[in-house]
Design a protein around this ligand. Structure first.
Ligand code: AHM
Ligand code: MG
Length: 335
């Protein structure tokens, strides 16, 4: 049972028996993610400082000598999981192809693959706005003993064994699910420990916030345009409030707590939307559904979409149940 102020380490150990094939491997994997997140958090926190130092002396301005933070975060997560010999493969937004990892003792004995967006919304870093890490974990479908294959990564969202995100915001939080609800842990930076601050997170069934990049309005499908007008109409409990950070993790986090809808629809410029199915939408969909929310591409459950490519994009509508269902209604009506 979740106890407030329990540390993440204690929580993982206590809930290990929830995992169907519990051998401690998934717990160790979650532990390596929480460690990498702390390292990345430390670096993200001093992003502004690093710029000041760079400008003062070295040639070191944004991404030249100095590593860009998203590349840095990618290296930290991959290195941490690889060093601990805990996964058989990793796919990342920052890598063209998936990475195959050998176990040291016997070859390819690890069971899990991780898909990760190491630093999502990283264009926000330079202006001190929240960014996040998103991760998704599957059991491999190929047998152990051989290198992982693409099909180990191209699994539908409903096969995920765990998913989560880290939001590097006013405080840093790690929020994750293993299919038994969603729990949020806040980092105490002085102690370096994560404490359970948000047990059993739930989307309110209804909400009053809509989050979408309205600059793309003219290019949106008719159903989305009409739904946005519905959000703005002065009727019943509307107009809703518009809130868009441009950092999926932060927009999602706020909407889950307060009630709201996030949309990144397709547009004439991006016919499949912008967000990536496997390491952005699918893990967020798992979290949303575990928190009583809904995630859809406008017509179908994100969790049931069969991936065909590692970096596949998909339109994404996610949030409070009643709001997403209403948006889907508009999509169907104005198809
Ligand atoms: P990224 O993976 O290149 O960082 O892009 C993903 C981000 C999301 O976090 C955010 O919701 C969206 O892109 C914002 O896009 P836009 O600036 O087009 O509204
Ligand atoms: Mg991203």
């Amino acid at each position: 049972m979740a106890k407030k102020n329990q540390t993440l380490g204690e929580f993982i150990i206590e809930n290990q028996s929830d995992f169907q094939y519990s051998s401690g491997e998934l717990s160790r994997l979650l532990n390596s993610i929480r460690l990498a997140a702390k390292v990345v958090n430390h670096e993200v926190n001093k992003a502004g400082l690093v710029d000041i130092t760079g400008a003062a002396g070295d040639t070191n301005i944004q991404g030249e000598d100095q590593q860009k933070l998203d590349v840095y975060a990618n290296d930290v997560f991959i290195q941490t999981m690889t060093d601990r010999n805990i996964v058989c493969g990793i796919a990342s937004e920052e890598e063209d192809d998936f990475i195959t990892i050998n176990s040291q003792d016997e070859l390819h004995q690890n069971k899990y693959v991780v898909l990760i967006d190491p630093l999502d919304g990283s264009s926000n870093i330079d202006v001190n706005v929240s960014v996040g890490t998103i991760f998704s974990i599957f059991r491999r479908v190929t047998p152990v003993g051989i290198p992982v294959e693409l099909k180990d990564f191209l699994q539908t969202g409903d096969k995920q064994v765990a998913a989560g995100y880290v939001v590097y915001g006013t405080s840093t939080m790690l929020v994750y699910t293993t299919g038994n609800g969603v729990n949020g842990f806040t980092l105490n930076p002085a102690l370096g420990s994560w404490y359970l601050s948000h047990p059993n997170m739930q989307y309110p069934e209804d909400g009053q916030i809509y989050s979408v990049n309205e600059g793309n309005y003219l290019d949106f499908p008719e159903g989305i345009k009409k739904y946005i007008k519905y959000c703005q109409a002065e009727e019943e409990n509307r107009p809703y409030t518009s809130r868009y950070i441009g950092s999926l993790v932060s927009d999602f986090h706020r909407n889950m707590i307060k009630g709201g809808i996030y949309m990144y629809p397709k547009s004439t410029k991006s016919p499949n939307g912008k967000l990536r199915l496997l390491y952005e939408c699918s893990p967020m969909a798992f979290l949303a559904e575990q928190a009583n929310g809904v995630a859809s591409d406008g017509y179908n459950r994100i969790m049931e979409i069969t991936p065909t490519e590692l970096h596949q994009r998909v339109p994404f509508i996610c949030g409070s149940k009643n709001m997403v269902e209403k948006a889907e209604e508009f999509m169907r009506k104005f198809k």
